[in-house]
Design a protein around this ligand. Structure first.
Ligand code: SAH
Ligand code: MG
Length: 964
């Protein structure tokens, strides 16, 4: 290629060149003016700028610098900068502009680069180089074994790929080389033509060849192992056809130590020889030798597509290989081979490793937002990236921040930018209300007293600075530093790392939604993003992921979902099919030990690919011990839905429809069998899982550490006592959970005839149903005639619950927002109007004692950190009240609705600071005649005020008439 053209390549890219070659503006000024350039830097003390209006601690402004640059004809004075160096560079840059010096046109940089390129090539072909350990030497040796004309000829792309110095120079001359390696070839070829005395350039073949053979003593140096020239090695690789109609498949490369491996790859790709083969960057882990090999396209494709983003308009045009391009982020035309082999720095022998289809699909899965998490847990079919980060102690697998960084790296984006903002403890500002602070709008006056101060995300220091809280913002940039999205959640955390991980999870869950629903309308994506505090820059964002929709093999046999739906288990308490669970079978006896949200569960499980009607089965995934935190979405929803139905020691067997094929193929080892199953039969997954043990969530552990009997038991007993004394006939338990109170009531001789539970958690309700059912069925002399469980929110009316004798609501209100707690109070006392209402909630003031006691019992240091950082007793608590706050809430309600209220509690002693651990209010209606007077209703009569039903019956039991 003539030299003129090479110069053309350099045009327009010199700004980048200058940076890469360290020719800073200052350096150019120095080249031109030498000592005549005189810089003076002045320190400026800026007055405190109130960057955020709410700044309340006066701060000394940081030192800033201003630079004055004197040149023979010019004087420059810059703005202020944080660093002296920046001020100087800026001065130099301004001077260059003023002098009309455009580095792009009239400085020798581009030519210098060409010279550097020629020098580098010259060295690479020297005898001295061949005895180095550079990976290229393996190619030079390998090429010398090629036959005929090709002997000694090395593909130009090999130079561009393996010599970093060479490729950096090419990228400096033309930045587009980064995304389209083919563009490096003309640059290298052109530079090599200047070495006509030592290097032969074959333009037609895209290769370079040393003119004179190496002297034998260099070539056969002792360090090189001479292998038997007839040795043959078989290496498994992956063939990725450019046509999406064809499946990715395994191929075997038969390498021989007497040939050159690039020729073998070429042959498989149907290309005449290795010279035309291009190599991608390495894929996956940094240490990997896995690359894509593909034929250089014709020249006409050269300019069309310099980066994958640009092919957006018609990605399937021509021979673009969307799958291969997606993996390497470079434009790949035609079929490609993914192989893990090559010469390395470590050894002159050809490194090679088999690539299986499973590895291919694992690599694919790793590019999905939660994919590296699944892989880090080695549980592609069971694990799911949790939706929130509660505590390090209960987290398993890669941390969210790392998962996000890896995602960005694998998609060749810039490293995500985390910024943590530290705020003084909310107690100082919102002294009355102890609640998880949610900032609705950071610009409102709510923020007035908060001192926003960005700190380093990796924050070595002050991460546990007492009394402050943290929130984290994340920005995602493309490689070119275009802002693609930003996430600024308002949630506050006591630990920096918790804020970083939770913000990372928000970004990842948005990305997951995007990846799972390709083609979802932009408005939907944006509004989902808004809920997470995410702002999207759609144009730039979509450009980065344009090839993603083409990567899955969607043509493989459809699954048996429809048929499975028909055969779904009819006797399930409530349909698990919304989680994709079919044919559930539970084994083992009910131990009564059920997990609750926030528990750490340990299960063993296996997943089998099963075919309908046939006996064929293939084990895909298996674990003897697998731990996860319940309620965070740490496992696929079908598995979580089933496991929460189990008591410790029980097992379950169930089926689900197939997930996308790539997950199945990434999980199982025998890809051939799996593929043939899936393409010829209706397949489904069969999970079997056993609940091995449960570690209680912090609230229970803290309470158990201190109280005997446990606080929860004491609460229930307190309520049972009241209920028995009242001789009431009907009771409703609002927020009954798994039915602990209703269950205990049945252990005592009681007057109750009607018992009802209401909750919004279907999981808890179905457990309550199980427990109540077995107890009521076994015990014929119970007075209870009817028991009903309703699914519904206790802030909503339902006429069926009006006029009950007693209502209870134990440890529920703190799980609602404060507004809802008040709403519940109004609804229950004005609409339902029970004669007695018993409400319990934690006493915030008691937490000091609980946490101290739990802390002293923990050996694990992580747990200790945890108990300090969890402000409330349970992650699900929205608030916890002091005695005064609770009393204000209850007294106001009582007065408003004509009730009396008295206070009591359990755990601790009345009158002794800091009061009871659980505080309890007992409301009594002033109007109601005493229950003892025999005015009890049957509890089921509607008042007719508003007869619209608010709740759904989940389970109902009636004593059969002959028993009555
Ligand atoms: N009362 C039970 C459970 C307490 S846990 C016990 O003492 O063991 C709190 C319960 O409140 C959970 O089961 C949760 O599902 C339920 N809950 C929270 N908000 C609710 C609402 N708005 N309506 C009904 N139940 C609610
Ligand atoms: Mg609670």
């Amino acid at each position: 290629m003539p030299r003129e053209e090479l110069k053309m390549e350099g045009q327009g890219s010199v700004a980048v060149t200058v940076r890469k070659m360290n020719l800073t503006p200052k350096a150019i000024i120095h080249q031109k003016f030498g000592p005549k350039a005189c810089y003076t830097v002045e320190e400026v003390q800026e007055p405190t700028q109130s960057e955020c209006p709410g700044l309340c601690i006066p701060q000394k402004g940081p030192s800033l610098y201003r630079c004055r640059l004197e040149l023979p004809d010019v004087l420059i004075v810059t703005d202020t900068f944080k660093k002296k160096k920046e001020a100087e560079q800026s001065a130099a840059e301004m001077a260059l502009k003023k002098l009309g010096i455009h580095p792009a046109t009239d400085n020798p940089t581009a030519m210098d680069l060409c010279d550097a390129l020629v020098q580098r090539l010259k060295y690479l072909f020297s005898e001295e180089f061949l005895s180095s350990s550079h990976p290229l030497t393996g190619h030079l040796r390998g090429a010398s074994r090629r036959a005929g004309d090709l002997c000694g000829s090395v593909p130009s792309s090999v130079f561009a790929t393996f010599d970093t110095k060479l490729s950096n120079i090419c990228k400096s001359l033309n930045p587009k080389v980064d995304s389209n390696p083919f563009l490096a070839l003309p640059i290298i070829t052109s530079a090599a033509t200047r070495l006509s005395s030592s290097v032969l350039v074959s333009e037609s073949r895209l290769s370079l060849q040393r003119l004179s053979p190496y002297p034998p003593e260099v070539f056969y140096s002792s360090s090189v192992q001479q292998s038997d020239s007839s040795e043959r090695i078989s290496v498994d690789a992956i063939y990725i056809p450019s046509s999406l109609d064809e499946h990715v498949r395994q191929v075997t490369l038969h390498l021989s130590s007497s040939g050159y491996y690039m020729d073998i790859i070429a042959e498989k790709l149907g290309v005449e020889n290795g010279d035309r083969i291009l190599l991608s960057r390495t894929l996956g882990k940094a240490s990997s030798e896995t690359r894509l090999y593909f034929a250089a396209p014709g020249y006409h494709l050269l300019e069309v597509s310099s980066d994958p983003g640009a092919v957006k308009d018609n990605p399937l045009e021509g021979s673009l290989n969307a799958r291969a391009s997606y993996f390497c982020g470079q434009v790949v035309h035609g079929d490609a081979i993914m192989a893990s082999l090559g010469y390395t720095w470590r050894s002159k022998d050809l490194f090679h490793e088999n690539l299986t289809l499973q590895l291919y699909y694992r690599l694919l899965v790793s590019t999905f937002p939660g994919g590296t998490y699944k892989l880090s847990r080695e549980a592609v079919l069971a694990a799911e990236l949790p939706s929130r980060f509660t505590t390090k102690a209960y987290w398993r697998g890669s941390f969210p921040k790392e998962v996000l960084s890896t995602f960005c790296r694998l998609h060749r984006l810039s490293e995500p930018a985390f910024s943590v903002i530290s705020l003084p403890s909310p107690e100082n500002c919102l002294s009355r209300v102890h609640k998880k602070v949610k900032l609705k709008d950071t610009s409102t006056s709510e923020m007035e007293c908060l001192n926003e101060r960005p700190t380093n995300a990796t924050g070595e220091t002050d991460s546990m600075e007492s009394g402050s809280t943290f929130r984290c913002e994340i920005k995602i940039y493309s490689k070119r530093r275009d802002l693609l999205m930003e996430c600024s959640p308002t949630d506050l955390y006591k630990k920096q790392s918790d804020s970083v991980h939770n913000a990372s999870l928000k970004v990842l869950s948005w990305l997951t939604a995007y990846f799972n629903n390709f083609g979802i309308p932009l408005e939907q994506l944006s509004s989902y993003g808004e809920n997470l505090g995410i702002q999207l820059y759609p144009e730039l964002f979509f450009r980065e992921f344009v090839l993603y929709p083409y990567v899955g093999d969607n043509s493989i046999g459809r699954n048996a979902e429809q048929k499975l739906l028909e055969s779904k288990c009819a006797d399930m308490l409530y349909s698990l099919s919304e989680h994709g669970v079919f044919s559930l079978r539970v084994e083992g006896c009910d131990s009564g030990a059920y997990p609750s949200n926030g528990s750490l569960l340990c299960v063993s499980y296996s997943v089998i690919l099963a075919t309908e009607g046939k006996e064929m089965k293939e084990l895909l995934e298996q674990k003897d011990e697998f731990e996860f935190e319940m309620g965070t979405g740490a496992v696929v929803s079908s598995l979580e839905a089933v496991v929460t139905q189990l008591s410790v020691g029980q097992s379950a067997l169930f089926n689900t429809r197939l997930p996308p094929e790539y997950f199945v193929l990434a999980a199982g080892t025998d890809s051939g069998r799996i593929l043939s199953f899936m393409s010829s039969h209706n397949c489904y997954l069969q999970y079997s899982v056993s609940l091995l043990h449960v570690t209680e969530p912090p609230e229970e552990r803290m309470e158990q550490a201190l109280f005997s009997p446990p606080l929860s038991k004491q609460r229930v007993e307190y309520a049972v006592q009241h209920i028995r004394n009242s001789s009431a006939a009907s009771l409703v338990d609002f927020g009954c959970g798994s039915g602990s109170l209703l269950d205990s009531l049945l252990d005592y001789p009681i007057s109750l005839e009607t018992i009802v539970g209401v909750d919004i958690s279907r999981k808890s309700l179905s457990r309550a149903a199980k427990i109540l059912h077995s107890k009521l069925a076994a015990n014929t002399d119970i007075a209870v005639k009817s028991a009903i469980l309703y699914d519904g929110s206790i802030t909503v009316h339902d006429p069926r619950l009006c006029g009950f004798d007693i209502a209870t609501c134990l440890e529920v209100i703190e799980h609602m927002e404060e507004e809802d707690a008040s709403l519940f109070g109004d609804v229950v006392l004005s609409y339902f109007r029970p004669k007695i209402l018993i409400v319990s909630t934690p006493n915030y003031e008691y937490n000091v004692i609980l946490q101290k006691s739990a802390g002293s019992q923990e050996e694990d240091s992580d747990e200790k950190v945890h108990s300090q950082t969890c402000k409330f007793r349970n992650f699900d608590h929205k608030f916890e009240w002091t005695r005064q706050q609770f009393s204000e809430w209850a007294c106001q309600l009582a007065e408003k609705h004509n009730y009396n209220v008295v206070f009591g509690g359990v755990g601790g002693t009345d009158g002794v600071e800091p009061g009871f651990a659980s505080q309890i209010a007992v409301f009594k209606s002033k109007e109601a005649r005493l229950v003892e007077e025999g005015a009890s209703g049957d509890g089921a009569s509607a008042t007719g005020m508003d007869s619209e039903l608010g709740y759904n019956v989940i389970w109902e039991w009636k004593k059969s008439s002959d028993e009555q």
